[in-house]
Design a protein around this ligand. Structure first.
Ligand SMILES: C[S@@+](CC[C@H](N)C(=O)[O-])C[C@H]1O[C@@H](n2cnc3c(N)ncnc32)[C@H](O)[C@@H]1O
Length: 380
């Protein structure tokens, strides 16, 4: 960290995750990084020290280590802490006065939340942070005063921008960690997307598909869904995801034994298939550019059940939105193998396997095939 924009590295990595999913994060780190020590946590916030499995010597975390993790909503490189009575103790090489962050994200990781906000990232606005931690705030202000390009406090970061996360871990201690936002992460404090459920949407599943669409569109740089395209969702009731796709002008078929909400069922572009996927004798005319799966079955079973239809549609598919349920921790790595095989089978050119902010005991596997990512040939 000699120059302000140098690649981030540090002995401690902090992680923001969905509250209640901490066991998945711990397990992912344990399996991927032998010798890693879990050191401190608060609901939705964890930290890990990396050490050599045999010698115990500290190994620094590098950006590439955290690039493809499934469960963290955001990772950050620990750069120091402020403790009441002791002041700011930066790690060697970090100087807050020359730190090249554009955003400060102040997060309260210790106040017990009321049931309404449970599971959400609690932020501290600049005034509240200054009242609780006046000395730490003063240090930040002095550093920020020198910066012409400061974007703001708790402001949304764009991929590539640097964030200084100021994490209040107790009434007397604030941790600081730097993040260079990846294009697979959302830019609000704690890695939140702040995508809200549409007023008429029959379920929160609409947010899952909206988040996936947002990340894919960020990657491709434009809209991925075109009005008039066809989508089939397996496990569609009550209809949040279908609602989001219909709102974008798609023609949607929902396969589910359970009832669809009237707002979806009565939509002129919606067709219901009252069947489980395994029993559906889909007609030869079945075609779709988009496939969604959201059934409550373990990933292996869900993908196996859907395979005949997916194989049938394969040649015309532009993209997929699969939700993989995780009842057990080790399913995540099984799901990773399944996702890789499916991505290769469908010829996917870009895909994500990750827990979205709206996912709970499940992960999202979504991506595009070459039919959606191929650049159009433009005659000059
Ligand atoms: C999490 S809900 C789906 C939510 C929905 N995607 C939405 O946007 O509102 C899971 C659904 O999967 C359905 N399901 C479970 N097994 C299924 C199967 N084998 N075939 C089709 N649907 C199935 C259930 O009936 C249930 O409605």
């Amino acid at each position: 960290m000699s120059s302000p924009t140098a690649e981030l590295r540090a002995p401690f990595l902090v992680v923001f995750a969905r509250e209640g999913q901490e066991d998945f994060v711990k397990n992912e780190f344990g399996l991927r990084f032998l010798g890693t020590k879990f050191s401190f946590s608060r609901p939705g916030f964890l930290s890990f020290k990396r050490a050599h499995a045999e010698t115990g010597a500290t190994i620094e975390w590098r950006a590439a280590d955290a690039a493809n993790l499934i469960f963290p909503l955001r990772t950050g490189f620990f750069v120091g802490k402020w403790t009441e009575g002791k002041g700011f103790a930066p790690i060697e090489g970090f100087d807050i006065a020359t730190s090249a962050h554009r955003h400060v994200h102040a997060i309260d990781a210790y106040t017990k939340k009321d049931p309404r906000t449970e599971g959400e990232t609690l932020t501290l606005d600049e005034g509240a942070f200054a009242r609780r931690f006046p000395e730490a705030a003063e240090g930040l202000r002095t550093a920020d005063a020198k910066r012409a390009d400061r974007a703001g406090w708790n402001s949304r970061a764009e991929p590539g921008e640097r964030i200084l996360n100021a994490i209040a871990v107790s009434e007397k201690e604030v941790w600081f960690a730097l993040t260079d936002l990846r294009d697979s992460e959302f830019g609000w404090p704690g890695g939140e997307s702040r995508i809200e459920r549409a007023a008429e949407s029959p379920s929160r599943a609409s947010v899952k598909i909206e988040e996936a669409i947002a990340l894919l569109e960020r990657k491709t740089g434009g809209p991925i869904l075109k009005a008039g395209e066809r989508a089939i969702e397996i496990g569609s009731a009550p209809g949040g995801a279908c609602h989001a796709l219909l709102a974008r002008g798609l023609k949607v078929t929902g396969v589910d034994r359970a009832e669809m909400a009237p707002v979806v069922a009565n939509h002129p572009n919606f067709t219901r298939v009252d069947s489980s996927i395994g029993d559906w004798m889909f007609p030869e005319t079945t075609a779709a550019e988009w496939i969604a799966i959201d059934i409550n079955a373990e990933p292996k079973v869900a993908l196996r059940e859907a395979k005949p239809l997916v194989d049938y549609l394969k040649r015309g598919v532009r993209g997929i939105f699969f939700t993989l349920k995780l009842n057990q921790i080790d399913f995540a790595l099984v799901a990773e193998r399944l996702a890789k095989a499916t991505a290769a089978d469908l010829g996917m050119t870009t895909y994500f396997l990750k827990q979205l902010p709206s996912n709970h005991r499940e992960i999202a596997f979504f991506g595009l095939t070459s039919r959606a990512t191929a650049k159009a040939f433009v005659r000059k």
